[in-house]
Design a protein around this ligand. Structure first.
Ligand SMILES: Nc1ncnc2c1ncn2[C@@H]1O[C@H](COP(=O)(O)OP(=O)(O)OP(=O)(O)O)[C@@H](O)[C@H]1O
Length: 245
């Protein structure tokens, strides 16, 4: 479903030099997989996630999603291709002056859906995340976990094949974290949506990932399998993260 071929991304330092945030990373994510990107702070996890939908454009390498080479598309084609890729953010990024239903409707309005189809799809997605009774509430009236469920419903609304989640539970307490991860796992199982999730916690990898890539200083260290809730890791960096968990 997702293939990154030798992608690299560098940023300019304030001192004028360059900083390699992602260095020659290749990896593939299978259709229907929940795939983690894990590593310590500054490892390049968020940058790599944003390279998948070209929110960051790689300086080198290619990005394929669902058989399309995003790096080769025109701006208009890329806008359409991105409708196939939902995104969930750490700080939820909800529109404060829109109700829950209006937030979920937002990407469908942008995509030009008609009003009746939007109404039906919003109701469906709020049902999936267990917030049907909050449709007319505003974000400020919700708990953190509920806000993130709205974020997930909004990402799911355009029927994407891929959802990218950037530290979706980092702002939440452990119990709420569990329920938000279950919500994502449920969406993966029921609709076969491929999910890539950035985290610095092995607990998150154990809870919902099928595999996870470990990043360090912008490089891919290893791709770990997760079997029966146990992470199979070989590198010293992975063992350090496992011990910290
Ligand atoms: N737009 C940018 N301009 C300059 N430097 C950037 C930019 N985005 C990221 N970086 C740098 O690239 C490196 C990787 O950042 P990134 O956010 O991808 O790491 P991360 O592993 O997600 O970290 P964290 O867990 O702290 O969010 C960091 O050193 C960061 O300061």
């Amino acid at each position: 479903m997702i293939s990154l071929g030798s992608v690299s991304k560098r940023f300019r330092h304030p001192d004028g030099g360059w900083f390699d945030a992602i260095n020659d990373v290749s990896l593939s994510v299978k259709a229907g997989e929940v795939f983690g990107l894990i590593g310590f702070s500054g490892a390049g996890k968020s940058t790599l996630l944003r390279l998948i939908n070209l929110l960051e454009r790689p300086d080198a390498g290619c990005v394929l999603v669902d058989g399309r080479e995003l790096t080769a598309l025109s701006a208009a084609e890329l806008r359409r291709a991105r409708q196939n890729i939902g995104m969930v953010f750490q700080q939820f990024n909800l529109l404060a002056n829109r109700t829950v239903a209006e937030n979920v409707a937002f990407p469908l309005e942008i995509a030009g859906w008609d009003k009746a189809a939007i109404r039906a799809r919003v109701a469906e997605c709020l049902e999936v995340v267990g917030l049907a009774d909050r449709a007319e509430h505003y974000p400020a009236q919700l708990s953190g976990g509920q806000k993130q469920r709205v974020g997930i419903a909004r990402a799911l609304a355009p029927r994407p094949k891929v959802i990218l989640a950037d530290e979706p539970t980092s702002a939440l307490d452990p119990k709420t974290t569990q329920s938000v991860l279950e919500c994502l796992a449920d969406i993966n199982r029921r609709f076969g949506v491929t999910i890539v999730i950035v985290t610095h916690e092995m607990g998150v990898v154990r809870a919902i990932c099928h595999r996870a890539a470990l990043l360090e200083s912008g490089r891919l260290i290893e791709v770990m399998d997760v079997a029966g809730g146990e992470v199979e890791a070989n590198s010293a960096a992975a063992r350090e993260l496992l011990e910290a968990a």
